[in-house]
Design a protein. Structure first.
Length: 187
């Protein structure tokens, strides 16, 4: 998704929930694509400014990306409920968290409960990353929920090696997105 695509989608669809599933670079921002199909890091400030324009519409933002707690903290100044990751999160843990989160929302539970169900889903699979998601919520008196403290900025590392792919993205690239089932059949 390119920055223009994000802005237009927000205007066209008026969503209540935003789910970003991708790559994060901590203080460097979240990875989107530029017009040439190359990675483009969007700054925390730019994202917070954009989401401020939708503060009366958006209820919750889930940043399912490594080191995205930085963006969650900034966006939380405008949006009542934001989930970010305080360190790198593996694909299995990220998927399990999302499944648990949306299962709970589908059962008409609160965002705070959905967060707990997401963390529990990671735990139930014996994946040692259940303390990676952090919830920033105005419905919680403390403002945030986390089983562990966040990693200080000076200890943050990029979860993946950032690359500017040219042409076809390699199948073993961290930026390759598998589109099942058609690709499985093709491969």
């Amino acid at each position: 998704m390119r920055p223009d695509d994000l802005r237009r989608a927000l205007l066209d669809h008026d969503p209540h929930i935003i789910h970003f599933s991708g790559h994060g670079g901590g203080n460097q921002g979240l990875a989107l694509e530029n017009n040439r199909g190359q990675m483009h890091l969007v700054s925390t400030e730019s994202l917070a400014r954009l989401f401020k324009l939708f503060k009366d519409k958006i209820e919750c933002i889930l940043l399912n990306a490594c080191y995205s707690v930085v963006q969650a903290e900034a966006i939380y100044q405008q949006i009542n409920c934001v989930v970010g990751m305080n360190r790198a999160i593996g694909d299995r843990a990220a998927i399990k968290f999302a499944v648990g989160f949306y299962d709970a929302l589908g059962a008409d539970r609160s965002y705070e409960d959905a967060y707990e169900f997401g963390c529990s889903a990671i735990d139930l699979e014996s994946i040692p990353e259940s303390s990676t998601p952090v919830l920033k919520s105005r419905n919680n008196p403390k403002g945030d929920i986390s089983a562990n403290e966040t990693i200080p900025d000076n200890q943050r590392k990029l979860a993946v090696s950032l690359e500017n792919p040219e042409g076809q993205v390699s199948l073993n690239s961290a930026f390759y997105v598998e589109r099942s089932p058609i690709e499985v059949d093709c491969i």
